[in-house]
Design a protein around this ligand. Sequence first.
Ligand code: ADP
Ligand code: MG
Length: 440
Amino acid sequence: MPVHDPWSGVARHLRTSVSPQEYETWFAPLTMRLEESRAVFTVPNRFFAEWIAERYSKLLNEALNRELGRPLDAAFEVSLEQVQAPLVQPPPTRARLAGAALNPAYVFDSFVVGHCNELAHAACLAVADAPGGQYNPLMIFGGSGLGKTHLVSAVANQLVERDPASRVHYTSSEAYSNELIQAVRFDGIHNFRDKYRHVDCLIIEDIQFLSGRERTQEEFFHTFDALFQAGRQIVLTSDKLPRDIPGLASRLRTRFEWGLLADLQTPDPETKVAILQRKATDKGVVLSRQVASYLASQPESSIRVLEGYLNRLMAVSRLRGAEADLVLARQVLGPLASERLVAVDDVLRAVAAHYGIRPADIKSSRKSRDISRPRQVAMYLARRLTNASFPDIGQALGGKDHSTVVKGVQRVEKLLAQDPELADTLRAVENSVRQDKQGE
Ligand code: ADP
Ligand code: MG
């Protein structure tokens, strides 16, 4: 009988279920032996056992069952000959602490302030002026591409510029979590703690990724308290409010709410234009106000996406040696272009057709989501594609109030910041409105 190593079979199943990086981190170091009713895995240390039991028990049990054809429990045992980590680490220097990921171009000077971001901007300035003061922790939240990274990087850049000796650590919650995993794996937990509990300002991005990561949350809770009690500044970003992050421990949630929560809202058209012009100037190209307004009128509220349009326009302009004027912009953005030739009724029909409901449903006063979402989309697109005023749109959509239409439009603007698929939907409906018009 050929000698069959059950672990290699189990490992094969595991490889198909987790990322290569996860596999390398968590499963590659394991050895397995089979007992009567359980599979015993040897792990480098106790932390490792806790991590893997917490996150991968189910997966391991499934892999065992599939490979060995009977249910076995996964058990863990700490290896006696522990993997020794390189324990001596160099003391933290500023260069290491500031992290390679920090973008030096993200400074306050290059940030355009408008209604949508003035609170967050002011809060970040205040923190950069007096870290560990009034706004601790400072949490900046808002949808993707609205400027969170730019603002908190500006804090880090300014702190280091003012005082090159200050220990500013900029990272993301994912990187924090991965670093913790590595520390746990190699028994470097003391170094990890030492590093994180002795910075002057800790900036952690995208803390929504702490969701459900109990062990990371536990560690972060201690990092947070150590820094907070020592009067050190903590700056966090998130795309959700703490209370809307699922699986966030309540003791962390309440701490995140201790300081100041400042949000970034979707930019108004004026601010969009100003940012686009600023970006163009920074790149050394000229962008007319007309073209900037045209780009700003696109449905996306993410500045990142708008910047992408700008870059595309500039690239095509260079390639063809043609001026980046409105004609070229329309060509480049193609079917995105909005021309305002349509009537509210055209929009109403196209939206209803897209969602598989009747125009009468949209005009009704029913509040269920399958009707209210298409209704908001109709309001938004009517505003965008027609010349109708808010009261006109309300009238055409079954006698709704002017303020209802305003709210519907704002709702869609807000959703656009969180949901890239919605932009696709809007484009699809917009295209179908136009095609219907051409067919007439
Ligand atoms: P987030 O982290 O919220 O997803 P970023 O900070 O990465 O967003 O911003 C996306 C892009 O938009 C960046 O290039 C950033 O410089 C730019 N940006 C966002 N808001 C502004 C602003 N108010 N002024 C200038 N640039 C901005
Ligand atoms: Mg970001």
